[in-house]
Design a protein around this ligand. Structure first.
Ligand code: ACK
Length: 829
């Protein structure tokens, strides 16, 4: 097998031998009949190991029928097996007098059987695999030169349904030496990918089959999106989908989430009415050097208010506690790999106060609590009045606007350092940051009075000293784009992309620049570019994102024209659709979806990027001013968005169709060199881009669906994702290409309907009901006359690839209508 690059889409080809005649030390146990046909040459190699070569050379005799039967070969559960033959064959022309009877081929057969008892079956029960001919035959001259013209031929057989099989080689009068026979099956070998483990998977029975395999998240990781990959018939893993993420407290390292095991033994020490001392032992499996412990504690049944102490020692004293109260403690250790899991809960109680002492002292905590609550309430009121200014410790009141967007978000505050051991750090939390269940909604940073606040709401501030800039990789509207490395505390350094804001910027430019981070920071999806954070407290101002090794998709495809399989291209499209589904679920309309705004990493994973704040698309060189003054990338934009600025997820779907076209044509410019005005006019008149070369019909159909004039008829992104998933699962559906002869290479395709009335042809009928796109598929599948069409069933439509329910209904209803009319003698079919 070979492994291309650690991170590229896998080409781990794996085969497992079921038989290799060269490695069998003893007798092969094969049978030859008649006895004077095939014979084994008892040769040994330089290590005295037998070379099991069989030969036959009855070229001068008529009617040869020499059989060589192998012993029973178990298929070990594989349903498609491969047979590699190495042989030499004599050129008949070089045989004086043998021309009349000499043959230059032999036949290979198989017979399936669950056990070894099937050996005595008759010749005619064997199933022929193929006639084997030599690419190179040898002559006497070659023999003189001692040239060995060894042929290698591979055939595959499947689906196999029994436990094993016999092979047979039939000679009908050739001069052959069968040097070796290797029988094997292919499998996609067990791998860990995106933190999910995929098992050894034997390839499918069909040579074009892709098996969808679900991955299992490795230890200490959880599903982000159900991880899946596809095992191809060649034993390659293709199209990874979804991923696992290390659980909170675990860090990803070399495809694992390694961290210390939980602390298991905790002992109580001195207990007073206000304090509890604890000590514990190092975890059984520290898995590295323990850097510190985190001790979380709270009053029993009051978990929403807890305190965290960080300590380098294995003992602490928690003080400031209420007398006579039970407290719950949990401890976890941290190594360079991150935090381990928390220990189980340990419960200890402070000593009660004596009755005499309680009368005065017990008032103190009550007063303290009352004052604290008073201060907090006052702060709430001020916080709302000020509409969301933020305190310096990173503890923020949500602004009233944000409170609208996140109705149940309360507040997160209370960071304080207590007077204590300098080795310890202590923090109190009230109501940890609440994560809303279900899908979140995108918050437009414009709704913030102060856009700077939006940035800090959604983006982490990174210290400039954590970033190493390595080289300039491009130019953005606001400044250079660089690649570099980010080293965050307690994490390994990793590559990042850094967008910088050029010096001398205006306040508006800074706002717009950081606006992108405010938007990006709200997204968390494997197909959306991930924001690491921003640098705003020093200059230059920067936006730091994950690094995408292959840069923007359009350039990448142009550079690699024709290099990918259809499945790989569909995998890219699936990723983009999945990212767009996420954005549309969040209520975010992209408005500038185009291959140039998709980034692609070394895994060929595509991620949507470019989230400008103003969305006037100043930074897109493709954007042109419309008559209404807006700047729009005409070739990618839906007609309603160009005409009256109706930007919706449905207009993003139109753009997605254009991206599909760009991907399938390896970065071709949509509408080539037509002017923007001509593009607008042609699209308005019902013309559409023709299919890219070698494009599967199902994909072109999907493009046409995305380019429906009526935006409500376009598929939704979730439908696009499931449609692409279906195609990936069933790659034979991608085999029907758009007919090359009907593919118009430099003209647009007309999609406007013709008139109604009696239909002279299938094309005319389909056009009239606005289903003209299916004409070709109907014709190709034998529905070329109206008589044939009259027989079409719903099942047939599905088989033809008419998957949209609306279209199925339209066609079936029209057929039904025609049948009724036929009965009434109105339309001659
Ligand atoms: O095609 P490219 O190499 O990919 O050139 C452009 C350039 O910067 C200007 O946008 C590249 N670029 C932008 N963001 C990233 C990123 N996150 N990772 C890698 N390259 C990026 C883009």
């Amino acid at each position: 097998f070979f492994l291309s690059q650690e991170n590229t889409i896998f080409f781990l080809l794996f085969s497992v031998n079921l038989l290799d005649s060269r490695t069998v030390m003893g007798d092969l146990g094969w049978i030859a009949y008649p006895k004077n046909g095939w014979e084994e040459i008892g040769e040994v190699d330089e290590n005295y190991a037998p070379i099991h070569t069989y030969q036959v050379c009855k070229v001068m005799e008529q009617n040869q029928n020499n059989w060589l039967l192998t012993s029973w070969i178990s298929n070990e559960g594989a349903s498609r097996i491969f047979i590699e033959l190495k042989f030499t064959l004599r050129d008949c022309n070089s045989l004086p007098g043998g021309l009349g009877t000499c043959k230059e081929t032999f036949n290979m057969y198989y017979f399936e059987s669950d056990d070894e008892d099937g050996r005595n079956i008759k010749e005619n029960q064997y199933i022929k695999i193929d006639t084997i001919a030599a690419d190179e035959s040898f002559t006497e001259l070659d023999l003189g030169d001692r040239v060995m013209k060894l042929n290698t031929e591979v055939r595959d057989v499947g689906p196999l349904t029994k436990k094993g099989f016999y092979l047979a080689f039939q000679d009908v009068g050739a001069c052959i030496a069968l040097v070796s026979v290797r029988v094997y099956y292919k499998k996609c070998p067990s791998v860990i990918r995106n933190l999910a483990r995929f098992p050894d998977t034997i390839t499918g029975a069909d040579s074009s089959q892709l098996l969808e395999v679900s991955g299992v998240c490795i230890n200490h990781s959880v599903t982000e999106e159900a991880p899946k990959m596809h095992c191809s018939a060649e034993g390659e893993w293709l199209v990874p989908i979804g991923k696992c993420l290390c659980k909170a407290g675990y860090e990803e390292k070399n495809n694992t989430c390694q961290a210390p095991s939980p602390v298991s033994t905790v002992k109580k020490g001195k207990i007073t009415k206000n304090s509890i001392s604890l000590s514990w032992q190092e975890p059984d499996r520290p898995n590295g050097i323990i850097l510190e412990y985190e001790i979380k504690y709270f009053e029993k049944d009051q978990e929403t208010s807890y305190t965290i102490i960080k300590s380098k020692e294995t003992a602490i004293t928690a003080d400031g506690l209420k007398p006579g109260s039970a407290y719950v403690f949990q401890i976890r250790a941290r190594t360079a790999a991150g935090y381990g899991g928390f220990s189980r809960r340990f419960e200890f109680e402070t000593s009660p106060v004596s009755v005499a002492a309680s009368s005065d002292q017990s008032q103190i905590p009550i007063i303290v609590v009352s004052v604290t609550v008073g201060v907090i309430l006052l702060a709430v009121v001020i916080g709302f009045l000020l509409s969301g200014s933020c305190c310096d410790h990173g503890c923020g009141w949500a602004s009233s606007l944000r409170a609208v967007a996140y109705p149940s978000l309360t507040w997160r505050c209370g960071y304080s350092k207590a007077k204590q051991d300098p080795e310890e750090e202590k923090m109190h939390f009230h109501n940890g940051h609440i994560k809303l269940p279900g899908v979140r909604t995108y918050v437009d940073p414009h709704t913030y009075e102060d856009p700077n606040q939006a940035v800090h709401e959604f983006a982490k501030e990174i210290e400039a000293s954590c970033i190493t800039i390595e080289r300039v990789i491009g130019a953005g509207e606001f400044g250079e784009v660089c690649s570099g490395r980010l080293k965050l505390q307690g994490k390994r350094e990793f590559p990042v992309a850094i967008k910088t804001l050029k010096v001398g910027y205006t306040e508006k430019q800074r706002r717009d620049f950081l606006g992108e981070a405010s938007i990006m920071g709200q997204f968390d999806h494997p197909n959306i570019i991930h924001l690491e954070g921003v640098v705003t407290k020093s200059k230059p101002v920067m936006i730091v994102t994950e690094y995408m090794e292959n840069g923007s998709l359009d350039t990448f495809l142009k550079k690699n024209d024709g290099q990918f399989t259809v499945i790989q291209l569909v995998g890219m499209l699936r990723g983009i659709a999945s990212g767009m589904k996420y954005l549309s679920d969040m209520g975010y309309v992209h408005r500038d979806l185009a291959a140039r705004n998709i980034l692609i990493n070394s895994n060929l994973v595509c991620k949507v990027s470019d989230f400008g704040l103003s969305r006037v698309l100043e930074d897109d060189p493709e954007a042109a001013y419309t008559t209404r003054g807006g700047k729009i990338p005409i070739r990618w934009t839906a007609p309603e968005a160009i005409a009256f600025r109706k930007f919706t997820s449905a207009s993003d779907v139109w753009s997605y169709g254009i991206v599909m076209w760009e991907v399938m044509s390896y970065g071709e410019r949509p509408y080539w060199e037509m002017t923007n005005q001509d593009v607008i006019k042609a699209v308005e008149e019902g013309y559409r881009l023709p299919s890219p070369m070698d494009c599967p019909a199902a994909l072109y159909q999907l493009m046409l669906d995305c380019w429906q004039k009526d935006r409500n008829s376009r598929p939704k992104f979730d439908e696009i994702v499931s449609m692409l998933d279906k195609l990936i699962r069933n790659p034979s559906s991608l085999k029907t290409l758009v007919n090359a002869s009907s593919r118009v290479s430099n003209l647009l395709v007309e999609h406007s309907p013709v008139g109604s009335g009696a239909y002279r042809s299938v094309g005319e009928w389909l056009e009239a009901i606005k289903m003209g796109r299916y004409t070709e598929i109907f014709m190709e599948n034998g529905y070329s006359s109206m008589d044939a069409v009259a027989q079409v069933t719903l099942e047939d439509l599905r088989r033809l690839g008419v998957t949209l329910v609306g279209h199925q209904k339209k066609i079936m209803n029209s057929l039904q209508e025609m049948k009724v009319q036929l009965v009434n003698g109105m339309v001659p079919l």
